[in-house]
Write a protein that binds this ligand. Structure first.
Ligand code: G6P
Length: 611
């Protein structure tokens, strides 16, 4: 949360920085600001509200002179979303400007010391202490940044520019993301690569507790102790078009439409003559054979993909598997040792709750495998093995294509474990992968048939609440459908295990309560399907309006459905790849009908880098 960009080059810095902020706005949109170094002085502009407000303020071209600059888009933590709390924050002499992502936990103590020395603060943020501390050190900016960073506790990525160093942006990171973009006569710093892929595809991963200094012609990295370091180079192969709306009204609609391709890309090249291949596995086959327990840790939508993964992993590998909210995991002192495999699922690779769960697992000697969409991010870097979802950039705050690609990655991982442990033969693994390979085409067909869902969403947009029910892998789909509706349409929405409804939540149902029912395949699991149909009858008997998502050909459910949406037939475990999609569209369309910003829902941030 909070997006940051830095530029040192020969072009107009404010243009590059604001363009980068546009791509990072998903990380927060409470305020935005920029600082450039021009003609021996700092020029800044910052405004509460979305980037558009800042853009309007910049229209007079007052900041166009500088070719070195930094920019920030904020998700407020310390201090309300006001102009004065917007970043950058300046030293008292206006010579140094700082932007920050993260939380400086000891800021109050540092601030008290500075105030006792007569420093006047102009904001309520934790960040401002950094500007004053930097100004208090009589040393070049990189050295000052190194010394200040050592005084800070918590999580931070900092970027600073100084009027005295017109060609230089200095960054520092601990527990928060920062990547370097290596250009030709220009260099970049950003929270993630999407901010600079329009200019360069060559990037550098930084390690923990490092300071980086960019000028138009150089990139230097030192650690907080002052020792020179080298980052890890990587090439970005994301298609720039993937980070644009491409004719759709919202990124979310585009990302929903991108899903067949995202799944195909995630599957590409995974099935070799020797079975499934993962990206980076630094865990030996023997260690994987010795695994006695799997934990999956994740947050939000990624957590729901983990819930689906549990069914697949236990079914295919027979290893007990538990799914945990990452934010809860370490606090209950889970039983972990070197025979435990912990799977961390994260689109961004930066979610602090997930990162902390992963670190706890590593301290307890567990093996950690990441499923992640973002190259160069912290979670894969700190894991023993990585399986990348090749979903491309996901910009809309509510996750869609990341969810489906996480499901695919989880299926691949389950199959991989089964293969390594000798539970499934290569041809059995191959057969499931081929079923997965058919899903992009099936999904394209499904996406072409979504007009009734759009029509339905207009009907449902005035509902007081919407409930979702499902069983087995349909249960996490129900939770995900409800989450999408909460996030986007700000409606009361709850997902329930269909069989659990009668034990309490059924009391919520009154006349015309819409209940969205995810029905299992009558071919794949007739018994389970019949149980869900019974649960549908229970809610109908209490006046609910039932909207049924069922498999093509299941004509038997028609009698229990006020509205019926068919999805293509796939094996039971793979069904969430189909059944989730109408729920994504429903939430997106209801939110639009209610007049809300689909890509940037209130109070949320896409990447939550605080606990
Ligand atoms: C935030 C986002 C959610 C996302 C969750 C986990 O809360 O708003 O959409 O599912 O973080 O993010 P991750 O990047 O770890 O998948």
């Amino acid at each position: 949360m909070c997006g940051i960009v830095g530029y040192a080059g020969r072009r107009t810095a404010v243009d590059i920085v604001v363009d980068g902020l546009r791509r990072l706005e998903y990380r927060g949109y409470d305020s935005a600001g920029v600082a450039v170094v021009g003609d021996g002085e700092l020029l800044t502009e910052k405004r509460a509200g979305k980037l558009a407000v800042l853009r309007a303020a910049l229209a007079d071209g007052a900041l166009d002179a500088g070719t070195t600059g930094i920019g920030h888009t904020r998700w407020a933590t310390h201090g309300g979303p006001t102009d004065r709390n917007a970043h950058p924050h300046l030293s008292s002499d206006n010579r140094i400007a700082v932007i920050h992502n993260g939380i400086i936990e000891n800021f109050a103590r540092l601030r008290a010391v500075l105030e006792a020395d007569g420093v006047e603060f102009t904001s309520d943020t934790d960040t401002e202490v950094v500007a004053h501390l930097l100004a208090s050190i009589d040393a070049p900016l990189p050295e000052a940044m190194r010394r200040v960073s050592r005084q800070l506790e918590g999580a931070f990525t900092l970027l600073a520019v100084s009027a005295d160093n017109p060609d230089m942006v200095v960054g520092a990171r601990r527990n928060s993301p920062l990547v370097v973009g290596r250009g030709d006569g220009e260099n970049f710093l950003a929270s993630d690569v999407s901010a600079f892929i329009a200019y360069t595809r060559e990037a550098i991963e930084l390690g923990q507790d490092q300071v980086v200094v960019i000028t138009p012609s150089s990139i230097e990295i030192i650690d907080f102790a002052g020792v020179p370091m080298t980052g890890t180079d990587f090439h970005i192969d994301w298609d720039l078009k993937a980070a644009e709306k491409g004719g759709f009204d919202h990124f979310m609609l585009k990302e929903i439409a991108d899903q067949p391709q995202a799944i195909a890309d995630t599957l590409l090249g995974r099935l070799t003559d020797h079975g499934i291949a993962l990206d980076e596995v630094r865990i030996s086959d023997q260690d994987l054979r010795d695994v006695t327990k799997v934990f999956i840790v994740a947050c939000g939508t990624a957590y729901h993909s983990g819930m689906v993964a549990k069914y697949a992993i236990e079914h295919w590998t027979r290893i007990p598997c538990e799914v945990e909210l990452a934010s809860e995991f370490r606090y209950r002192d889970p039983i972990l040792d070197s025979s435990t495999l912990v799977i961390a699922i994260s689109q961004s690779g930066e979610t602090m709750d997930t990162l902390m769960a992963l670190r706890h697992a590593k301290q307890q000697k567990a093996r950690v495998l990441a499923i992640c969409n973002t190259n160069g991010s912290t979670i894969p870097r700190e894991s023993d093995a990585v399986l990348y979802t090749h979903g491309g950039p996901e910009i809309a705050v509510a996750s869609t294509k990341a969810f489906l690609t996480q499901l695919v990655a989880c299926y691949l991982l389950g199959l991989y474990l089964a293969q390594v442990r000798g539970i499934m033969y290569a041809d059995e693994v191959g057969a499931v992968v081929r079923q997965l390979q058919q899903t992009p085409d099936l999904l394209r067909d499904l996406l072409d048939q979504m007009d009734p869902v759009r029509k339905l969403s207009r009907d449902l947009s005035s509902a007081r609440q919407v409930l979702f029910i499902g069983r087995h892998v349909g249960y996490p789909v129900a939770l995900e459908g409800a989450l999408k509706l909460k996030e986007l349409a700000y409606m009361h929405a709850e997902g329930f295990a269909a069989g659990e409804l009668k034990h309490g939540p059924i009391a919520l149902i009154d006349d015309d309560t819409p209940v969205i029912c995810v029905v299992p395949s009558p071919v794949g699991n007739a018994m389970m399907r019949d149980k869900v149909v019974s649960n549908i009858q229970e809610v109908r008997a209490r006046g609910a309006r039932t909207i049924v998502i069922a498999e093509e050909g299941d004509e038997g459910v028609r009698a229990y459905a006020d509205d019926l949406i068919f999805v293509p037939r796939v094996p039971t475990l793979l069904a969430p790849l189909m059944t989730t999609v109408p729920l994504q569209i429903l939430a997106c369309e209801i939110a639009t009908a209610r007049g809300y910003d689909v890509d940037q829902p209130r109070n949320l941030a896409k990447s939550v880098t605080v606990e």
